[in-house]
Structures are given as C-alpha cells and as structure tokens.
Design a protein around this ligand. Sequence first.
Ligand code: PLP
Length: 380
Amino acid sequence: MKPETRAIHAGNAPDPATGAVAPPIQLATTFVHGPAAERHEGPEGGHEYQRESHPTQSRLEAALATIEGGAAALAFATGMAAIHALLSSLARGSRVLVPRDVYSGTRVLAREFLPELGIEPVFVDMTDPAAVRVALIDGAACVWVETPSNPRLEVSDLAAIAEAAHAAGAIVACDNTFATPALQHPLALGADVVMHSTTKYLGGHSDVMGGALVFARRDALHARVAHRRHLTGATLAPFNAWLILRGIRTLYVRVAQHCRNARAIAEFLVAHPKVARVHYPGLSGDPGHAVARRQMRDYGGMVSFAPVGGRDAALEVCRRVRLFTNATSLGGVESLIEHRASVEGAQPVTADDLVRLSVGLEHADDLIADLAQALDGPSA
Ligand SMILES: *Cc1c(COP(=O)(O)O)cnc(C)c1O
C-alpha cells in the first residue's frame, strides 16, 4: 500500500461501538476493570488510567507507527516531553552526541538537564560523518540527529551516521519534525527512534501541541520510555490526540504544497540582489543538497535566508512583511516569519542576520510578492 493511503487509514477504523466513520474522542480518565484489576477486553480495550494510555492516543500511536514504518509509537504532551523522556531514559554516565545546529529547546535541555542526570552532551557537526566517527571514539549511548536542522536547514547523512553509531554501540534518534514522514523515513535509513513535535506539520494548523517517539523495535528502550511517560505524566490529552490524528489524514497533500511554495520562494530569494544567503536543501547549490536528494522525497516547507545588510536588514524585512506573520513555530497553513536570534533568548546562537520562514499554503505568487516588497523597501 502507498504511504498516502496508509496515512488516511492508519488508526482510523470505524468506532466499534457506534459505527462512526470519524474516530471518537474518548475523554474517560479511568476504565472499568475486573476485581483483580483484569483489564477490559475488546477492540479498544486494555486501558486502565488515562495517564498510562487511552483509546484516542492508541489510535494516534497506531497511525504514527504506520506512517514512520516503526514497530511502536508513544505520544506525548509536547515535542519537548518526548525528547526529555527519551534522553532521560539513557544510562547515567553515558554521552549523547547532539548536532551543533539543533532546535534551541533541545540544545538547552541537553546543556542544562542532561548533566543533572549524569549524562554528558557532546556537540558535533552532524553534517560531517567523519566528525561523528571521531566523537564516537570515546563512546556514546545515543546520537541525536535533526535533519534538516532548525534553523539552518543543515542536512545530516542518516545512513552513514547510523552505521557509525551502531558500530560504536550507540542508538540513533532522529528529530524528523521538519521533514515529516511524508518526505523522510529515518527508521528505514537505520535510525532506532524517530521523534516528532506533532505541534508542527502533523497537527498542521497551529492549534494543537503534541510530541511523539516512534521505535524501530518494541524493545526494552520502548518499555522504559513508556514507563517514564506514565509516571511523569507527559501524556497527550484526548482532544489533542484527536486533532493530531485528524492532521495526519491530510499530511501528504499539505506537505506537497508546502514543498512547492518553499521551492518557489527559495528560488526567488537566491536570485534576489538584496539577499546574501539562502538555506534550502532543495537548491542545487546548497551544501546539503546531495544527501537530501538521496534520503528525502522532497525538501520541505522551511526556508531561511539572510538579507544583505545584517541584523538591521533582517529586522527590517520582518517589520515590512504584510502576509507573513511574525511568530515562532512552524508547519501550519499560514506563513510565518521569524528573526531567529531574537527569539532564542539571552544567548542566541543563530547568526543575527538570519530570517526563518515557515512557508504556508497560500498561493506562492502572493508570498513572493510580499517578500519582494519587504526586501525592496517602501515604493513611492
Ligand atoms: C518545535 C520543535 C521541537 C519541540 O516541540 P514542542 O512541541 O514545541 O515541544 C523539537 N524539535 C523541533 C525541530 C521543533 O521544531
């Protein structure tokens, strides 16, 4: 079956109780059990208490495992909750390799929280498999990959990293938020776990928070992380699970249009005299293009660029846009723009001339016209 078809049908069987074609939202916090805590049997049974599992979340997890090609999935309240649950499940005394360009929340969590757990984060250039191999000489429990990365759209070679990591006894976890399973299947390239901020493209409408981990195997790691989610209460609420499930149904058509619009914008920007740099792996001159071509089906809806004139010019573009909205986050139907260094807090690591775009589903001509007027300055 083709992935587009699976994304429509996974976890979407009619409600066994009513025959409803759209899945129900099951709000119950507790589920009937037998006198010796025997769990309720039946097509959507097996639940005891919502913090551990619930039917709407189980449907979402079935869909996530299917679209990523994994053996099991765990849904979380947010993407950060998913990252924390996985990384904090690693053994004390271990090291984790983290990309130098990575989602800022992941960087802060790795720097501040992992050492408290006795886990050492090691930042490496993940776009260079040789640098990863060198960093692995001293051992690691996990290599964290984010490709394409946030916000520089750096591309890392998942197959090469997985081979090196496995040879060194490390697992590979890949943040697949930017690519989505519509464009990239990290598990098929050798990753052991895929992570998503389902807040982004999977939800798809900027109206729900969620996170997920998809596991290549239903193994001890999966059990450890599930236990952690249950006991720390990082569970996804039923309504949120339902909204993300609904978003997944249209993921492939949305992502295809995000990609078309982003490519048109990247090509417009790269040819613009007032643009100094464009980061988009779909451009043939992009340093990540060759690897992206091999491991991705298309190049995604995120573009970042630097206007000529540094920080002031970048802020000026953000001030002048009319259709793009100044806001953080990504993956919704509406186009967003962000001066990344400004939202990274007191110690930004991103270059201060970088503008990040989450290209939405508006007509590309309107988006390009908006960027053109923002770059060209006020017309008479
Ligand atoms: C947003 C994001 C996260 C964090 O997810 P939340 O749902 O905001 O907690 C992690 N990784 C990437 C790449 C993201 O864009």
